[in-house]
Ligand binder design. Sequence first.
Ligand SMILES: N[C@@H](Cc1ccccc1)C(=O)O
Length: 540
Amino acid sequence: MASDLTNPILDALSASETILSNEAFPSTPSSTVKSALDRLGSRQMLEYETREKEVITLTAEGQEIAANGSHEAKVFAAVVAAMDGLKIKELPEIVGKDNAKVGQGNAFKRGWIKKDNDLLRATQDSIVDETRELLLTLQRTGALDDGKAITDLKRRKLITPSKEITYKISKGPKFAREFVKEETDLTAEMLTNGSWKTAQLKPYNFNAKGAPTPAGALHPLNKVRQEFRNIFFEMGFEEMPTNRFVETGFWNFDALFVPQQHPARDLQDTFYISDPPTADPPREDPLNDPHRPASTQTGSQTTKEQPLDYQKYWDNVRETHENGKFGSIGYRYPWSADESLRLVLRTHTTSVSTYVLHKLAANPRPARFFSIDRVFRNEAVDATHLAEFHQVEGVIADFGLTLGGLIGFMEVFFAKMGIHQLRFKPAYNPYTEPSMEIFGYHDGLGKWVEIGNSGMFRPEMLESMGLPKDMRVYGFGLSLERPTMIKYILFHVLEFFQIANVFLSLFLFRYAVSNIRELLGHKVDLHFIETNPAVRLEKD
Ligand SMILES: N[C@@H](Cc1ccccc1)C(=O)O
């Protein structure tokens, strides 16, 4: 800081009690003076008052006139110098074009010169150049008594009013001759070498604006997922391990009684793994099987467990598909073991539910399981579709369950998300009968929205696993993205605008949905993740 004024100010102050900035530092811009004063003031080394004064300063033209005389005076001087009259035509050459133009008129007005044919003649020997006198006085004192003259000079753009800032500076309680660097940190070094005793520590500035703290943030999908997990846990569900993104066709389709010709198994719909293309048939897993829910791994339950017969399970699946079994007539086609062993990226988390349910056959008991994780579908990616998304899925196994019970359960479950009116529409899934699509009335959008798919798993699926004939299992699934978009992004938009207008709501709905790629994938903006508020699924 070469131009630092702090020490010059302190020097000036030590010589006199008060100083005026315009006297002590006449040519320093007031902003430079102020920043030095503030630095010293914050340490109470000085105090200062600010004085503002209206002053009049001369414009460039005003300064020119103060130095060399007015246009009219120059014209008069030229005419006098010509002794015997000055040719009008010659005036511009002598005094310059501008002076000739403005000055001639003014000199006539003041009666200093007169016309004599094509000559200009002086009417007197000398004149008083008032304009110049006024400007010189102004330059010296910064003021004029004559208001009319001021207005006139302003109109002629010879002067402009401006503000002059002066600081009246006096010593503060901590005045010192020198500006000592204050320590901002008490360091280990200062403690060991004893310099802390004499060090000047900078006081805390509690008014300083803090820098934003960089912190991690949860993705909206993660926040909504956590809300769902809480709902499931409070309803007595266990979480299923979902770490197998790659499954065989067996667990993803065949065990679910999805026929091998089903369009969902086409290359256009399902991603198949090429290396390795197939896996082993299902078999007993080691004890630390990640797909075993915690409760089936406990010691007390293992005592009751029956070993699972995988060969029998495999044969049951083949038979239910080919000729039917357990009261079913089957699909009646030659079932291919190779097709069943092909590896796929799981297309739904029902593959996980199937795996966990077949484990339940070792010790059949009422149970509730849920999962929330990623699934993959060979979709053309566009504004509303992604090739991967997340499913929220729940299954409930018990004896004597009815369809009415499933509907009742859904009402409780979705009410916890703030959706209080449900409608069920008959639907078809190869693995459930009956099947129902679930629609919820969205208050904010003012319309019915499809929110999920559900059903009661078929006996072809459950009995093949070895689950008891009288055990029933409900299942339901929904995407995580959809409620996130409706409940999270859109809901906040709606709340913000307090929107009751259905048309505008629908427009916003479309806008939110069109942004699915902003929610998941490479286009996600980290700023959006960081600045989004927390979410709660309950409406109020
Ligand atoms: N697997 C179904 C959801 C579902 C799960 C369980 C039972 C019924 C339906 C889907 O992907 O949409």
